[in-house]
Design a protein around this ligand. Sequence first.
Ligand code: ADP
Ligand code: MG
Length: 539
Amino acid sequence: MDEDDTYAGTDHTAEDDGDPTDGSVDAEEDVDGTPSDRDTGLTGTTDQDLDSNPSTHPDSESTTDFDLDLDEVVLEDTGESKGLFDDLLSGEPIFENKEVLRPSYTPHELPHREQINNMATILVTALRGETPSNILIYGKTGTGKTASAKFVSQELESTSQKYEVPCEVRYINCEVTDTQYRVLAQLANKFIEKNEAVIDDRLDRLRDLRTRATDDPEALASTEFESMEALDDRIDSLESDREEIETVPMTGWPTDRVYSTFFDAVDYHERVVVIMLDEIDKLVEKSGDDTLYNLSRMNSELDNSRVSIMGISNDLKFTDFLDPRVKSSLGEEEIVFPPYDATQLRDILQHRADVAFKAGALTEDVIPLCAAFAAQEHGDARRALDLLRTAGELAERGQADTVEEQHVRQAQEKIELDRVVEVVRTLPTQSKLVLYAIILLESNGVHNINTGEVFNIYKRLCQEIDADVLTQRRVTDLISELDMLGIVNAVVVSKGRYGRTKEISISVPIDETEAVLLSDSRLSDIENVQPFVQARFDN
Ligand code: ADP
Ligand code: MG
């Protein structure tokens, strides 16, 4: 597998996972001027990355010329007045290599994931030239699915090169590549690229042979070619193959043409192909199961090659939406990635921290506390690493010499707030209006808010900004959704003979949430509605 394939996420977003909290796009630039990875750590939106070590960007080619380790730079005190960066530079840096804490880094060791052995046991078939069973991998976000899949695919490809067995792995992140057209086009073009290289290589060798045979006809003796004509025919046919190759444009072709181009490209020569579809639930959600249906029935029609599919899903129930044939084909083998517990998270963090931080930069509570917080967050290793990195950044920004418990607590708050901001920002307008109604009630001192009250305010807000007014039943549904997102808390209380009602309260910081709502241009006029709403409480 080639680099840009496995690590599609280095400069694109393919690395990012489907975690809904991952939405913040970070346009930060590292000191060396190369755009840094999109920061999937929730810290992105407001972060100014004061990375004190600009030389640590592992994938950046352009850093080599400027490969400057700040530790080696002697900061001469020239007695001149201090500049903008002097103070920041004078502190002891906390990080040794922050990149290993970023989501884009693929670790070479994955403790507590013996599921990797299960994957290998199934995929080793490919190295024997046979078709491995299709595999479905399930697990919540941050349980190491993507990291394990990439690790296994690297191992598989390097072993296949070692033993010279034709086996290839293609990794696709379906959150980014989320339609049948794009999945097939991306696959087709990768295989086409490989095929072109194979043809060019053969042509080179044949032309070379031809030159030798022109001088010395004996040169053909030990080859498959009986005559110069036979050799010329082969060269001609390869050249015309080469010319006929057409890459798939990113839009515009009918899907069956894309499919047949992909099919021909895969079948061009003998090989076993493992197609990894990460975030496969996103693909099915967005574009149905046609892609999976087409891929899973390919083997019966391929002459030279064999295809095996590995689907990875955060959603345990996504197969419910699949055609039964696709479901049984895809789920030949199923592997579950359970959440990590606090002890396992501690181990994972320790491994990474040893590389990421300067010796002695972490006080002893830091890792256990990050692990404990992340264990509460369904055992999410990504959250654990984000916490550790953010805590380090906060310590660095505060010019502390060590990362301490308080930094972890601040990091937890910051990440949680960033998550809320992101969730609120991306709500549909109607939900934003409902949420704003709840905020207005609460900030006007109303307690035990019920659905009727929310609906009344919501209605007036809608009129004020000329939005459609939904029915009270729909508004009740939207309130339940906000509840599920953890933005409001709605408990059903019994009112005796008056039936049951919901009591609603806000469970996120009101001021920040309000600010995010009002930053939406469609809602910005609403601010002026305040006095009018106030009037309602007066009567
Ligand atoms: P998923 O794909 O299940 O959402 P990832 O594979 O992206 O999770 O893992 C999230 C983060 O945690 C990544 O940075 C990954 O490197 C790290 N990680 C997960 N499991 C392990 C492990 N067992 N050892 C080391 N790092 C891990
Ligand atoms: Mg993933």
